[in-house]
Design a protein around this ligand. Structure first.
Ligand SMILES: *Cc1c(COP(=O)(O)O)cnc(C)c1O
Length: 400
């Protein structure tokens, strides 16, 4: 419904000066094939009907829009609503995109899907999509991450995926991405590469945004039903940027304030963070022009966040564009603030949030406290925190 007036991205995949398709020649045919298939099936009734049915019966959509009465009272400001993506099957919004891409791969006649994963969340979502669609699945993961995330590795294997260890470079996410891209270049005939967020070369930022924008379409209807009006403010955490754009997209033509929250880690001055807008500059990374944490020579910097899902050196190109046109504001929450919000939501509402989502809660509480009691904000609760309890215990020095 906002497509025509915005016209972003353009036909080359650019959002203003951002985005595009900066890839080696060998990957171009695969991206063009994917773009064509996406354009076709995104209008195909059979595809959309099947996707909608799975959204309902498999993912559990629509997810509730929950009025957090206790948190609102605690904050003594605006009414705070939570969009409950933590209640999606597998515990986060990532499944919205993974299921849709698995279905698309099937329609494209592919036999196999591949992905890379850092903390394992996207790997688990992709393996789930593959099991559902009856596709082979291979997940690339750095050996350092395999060691740290052994439970998710076992999950993926239970779901029937092959988890392939990447032992090159820093043995983490970016090395796994290189390996997955090498696989795709070699096996493009029968393989689809599942991108986990609104990043990478065109058409991924567009396609993943469209698959995630179900979040905001639901939230918009739900708040109109509950409050008979639009909210004053929307807040979501920003890793690659898919849960946030997923919430914001249906509201882009409305007069609603929107805030994206990046990982402030130990603070911007420390250099140990993943706040691309606060500390980054324009660069090209993994097929896409965007804000990037890099040094003067253009080498990509190491990042840090207490939450693995926000710990990434670049950010989806559409976010850069929406920042430039002042449609969305960006800020960050530090590790300490996120950990405090993690405990606050657990105690006040009986909901343990993902550490990623806790960054949104931290900002939401700050903003709500400055607003009047009849103001309304919606915070996207992108995932549940079960995956994080062990890490939080470790940080607090508690032996389990
Ligand atoms: C992966 C993840 C994120 C960050 O990714 P986006 O693409 O920015 O949404 C946020 N929350 C949770 C729970 C995640 O798993």
């Amino acid at each position: 419904m906002t497509r025509n007036s915005k016209k972003t991205p353009n036909s080359k995949g650019h959002f203003g000066q951002y985005g595009g398709r900066y890839v080696p020649e060998t990957l171009m045919p695969a991206l063009i094939e994917l773009e064509k298939a996406y354009k076709k099936y995104n209008r195909d009734k059979g595809f959309l009907d099947e996707l909608n049915l799975l959204r309902k019966d498999f993912i559990g959509r629509p997810t509730p829009l929950y009025f957090a009465r206790n948190l609102s009272r605690h904050t003594a400001g605006a009414k705070i609503y939570l969009k409950r993506e933590d209640l999606c099957h597998t515990g986060a919004h990532k499944i919205n995109n993974a299921i849709a891409q698995a279905l698309l791969a099937l329609r494209m006649g592919k036999k196999r899907i591949i992905a890379e994963t850092g903390a394992g969340q996207h790997g688990v979502a992709t393996a789930t999509g593959a099991a559902l669609a009856g596709l082979e699945c291979e997940i690339y993961m750095g050996s350092e991450d395999i060691r740290r995330q052994s439970l998710n590795v076992f999950r993926m294997r239970l779901l029937g995926a092959t988890v392939t260890e990447v032992t090159t470079g820093s043995k983490t996410l970016k090395d796994a991405i290189n390996e997955a891209l090498r696989d795709w270049t070699t096996n493009v005939q029968n393989t689809h590469y599942v991108m986990g967020t609104v990043f990478g070369p065109h058409p991924y930022p567009l396609m993943v945004r469209d698959f995630q924008s179900v979040i905001g379409r639901e939230a918009r209807q739900q708040i109109l039903k509950a409050e008979k009006r639009l909210p004053d403010c929307l807040i979501a955490c920003v890793g690659g940027g898919s849960n946030s754009i997923g919430l914001f997209h249906a509201f882009l033509r409305d007069n609603v304030k929107m805030i994206g929250v990046e990982a402030g880690g130990h603070g911007i001055k420390s250099g140990k963070h993943a706040a691309r807008f606060a500390g980054g500059s324009l660069g090209i990374f993994q097929g896409c022009k965007s804000y990037l944490l890099q040094n003067r020579d253009g080498n990509v910097l190491g990042t840090h966040s207490v939450s693995a899902g926000l710990d990434y050196a670049s950010v989806g190109p559409e976010h850069c564009y929406l920042k430039d046109i002042n449609k969305i504001q960006y800020t960050y929450a530090t590790d300490t603030e996120a950990l405090r919000a993690f405990e606050l939501l657990s105690r006040t509402e009986g909901i343990i949030p993902a550490l990623e989502s806790a960054h949104g809660i931290a900002e939401g509480v700050k903003v709500a406290s400055t607003m009047s009691k009849n103001s309304i904000i919606i915070i996207n609760l992108s995932g549940r925190g079960d995956k994080d309890v062990q890490e939080v215990a470790r940080i607090k020095g508690i032996k389990l």
